[in-house]
Design a protein around this ligand. Structure first.
Ligand code: LLP
Length: 407
């Protein structure tokens, strides 16, 4: 993976001059090409991609994803509404809630959005309210332990997500009781999943359960493809997953007696590598043991290193040919805020611009105002031009909802 100085011909350092730092930058071409790669990998089946909005939810990114031919998966009513603002029709949106209040389900139904039912009580409530009048999906917990970190492994037995596959008899009872119209079954085992095997294993759980549901239109395999974070990292071979899963899926459809659609919900795969967080070195601080580079950002803007021990490549844009040395790149937040530990970088001086890679997925979308800091601007590079898709926050944004009370 090269360390680019330009994105689509646009010089990254010029973006710092134009928009300031810290700055999220997204390469629109890369996002579109990732969608295409997935479409090619699954070209032998009727594929629907439902982008996991939570990975990066700027409306303009959603518009781009729509242009590329994908739909979206939303996990909150707000994400669903963002999707509609971006131009998705309700049929292109799937709502996969996790233990939300029923009012939110009702709101989504009123918007015409399909619900992915993730608990037996929700199935009951849904059945009482709507019977079989609406098509719905069921989220199955397949009891598969997979993913890059326990916090992002969500298909195992102890996970809160979905309805345990061992509870299939109860699921069927509720379907029968309310004559529910189940048109899809869904699993999502986790994030950073490398092996095709995991997707096949999940598929087998879906295939077996699916035989009990005669009205299906699709099976949803979720997301979770691993992307390369480290320089020599192995990523999921989506071509191999595509071949293996598609062929098992087509076999299943023969047994099922009807051609179904295959749905995927990638987040990271579509946007991770397209994103860069551009930051500035505020201070280079030598201690007897470590040299710290303190940058004008931190876990408030990119929480992945602190939250999941995630590795993000960092490079010095301002001095690409410099002598190499080891640094700890740290944020300005007042708690341990390590972005990259013991990392070899070309010599860093105060004021240098550093680029943090793989910042597209779960970067801005997990950013906060911790330490009362402002969130960065976002820029999309599209057709060789930078487009400001979100303004940098200002102090007024911090206090907008605060009441300054007399008491
Ligand atoms: N579908 C569902 C129902 C999900 O919950 C998720 C992610 C996805 C699809 C997309 O997974 P992906 O393709 O992006 O791996 N914040 C964590 C990842 C959390 C993922 C949560 N669910 C991180 O930064 O690694």
């Amino acid at each position: 993976m090269p360390n680019p100085s330009h994105i689509q011909g646009v010089e990254i350092s010029r973006l710092a001059d134009q928009f300031g730092t810290p700055l999220y930058i997204y390469d629109g071409e890369k996002i579109v090409s990732q969608v295409k790669t997935l479409q090619e990998a699954f070209s032998t089946v009727p594929l629907k991609i439902k982008y996991a909005t939570k990975a990066l939810s700027n409306i303009n990114i959603l518009k781009l994803i729509r242009k590329a031919g994908a739909g979206i998966d939303a996990v909150s009513i707000e994400e669903a509404k963002l999707g509609m603002l971006a131009g998705f029709s309700s049929e292109e949106i799937m709502y996969t809630p996790s233990g939300v209040g029923f009012e939110e389900i009702q709101e989504a139904v009123e918007l015409g959005i399909m619900i992915n039912l993730d608990s037996l009580p929700l199935m009951e409530q849904f059945g009482r309210a709507y019977g079989g009048s609406l098509g719905a999906c069921i989220r199955i917990n397949p009891h598969i332990m997979a993913g890059g970190n326990i916090k992002i492994s969500v298909g195992h037995k102890e996970s809160k997500f979905g309805i345990s596959i061992e509870q299939l008899p109860q699921i069927l009872d509720v379907v029968e009781k309310y004559q529910l119209n189940i048109v899809g079954l869904h699993i999502h085992t986790g994030s950073d999943i490398l092996d095709a095997e995991v997707f096949l294993k999940g598929g087998n759980v879906l295939f077996e359960a699916a035989m009990k549901f005669p009205n299906l239109k699709f099976l949803d395999f979720g997301g979770g493809f691993k992307v390369a974070y480290k320089p020599h990292d192995v990523a999921t071979d989506v071509m191999e997953v595509g071949r293996a899963v598609s062929s098992a899926f087509q076999e299943f459809c023969k047994t099922y007696g009807r051609q179904l659609e295959l749905w995927l919900e990638p987040g990271k795969f579509l946007v991770s590598e397209a994103g860069y967080l551009l930051v500035k070195a505020n201070v280079v601080k030598e201690t007897p043991t470590v040299t710290f580079v303190g940058v004008d950002s931190g876990l408030n803007h990119l929480i992945r290193p602190m939250m999941y021990d995630a590795y993000h490549s960092v490079y010095n844009l301002s001095n690409p040919e410099g002598k190499k040395a080891k640094y700890n790149v740290v944020g300005y937040i007042c708690e341990t805020d390590t972005i990259a530990a013991h990392r070899e970088l070309t010599e860093v001086k105060q004021g240098d611009l550093l680029v943090i890679k793989n910042a597209g997925a779960y970067g801005f979308s997990m950013a906060s105002n911790y330490n009362s800091r402002l969130r960065p601007a976002e820029v999309l590079i599209w057709e060789g031009k930078p487009i400001l898709i979100r303004r940098r926050e200002e102090f007024e944004d911090l206090i907008r909802h605060q009441e300054i009370c007399e008491f």
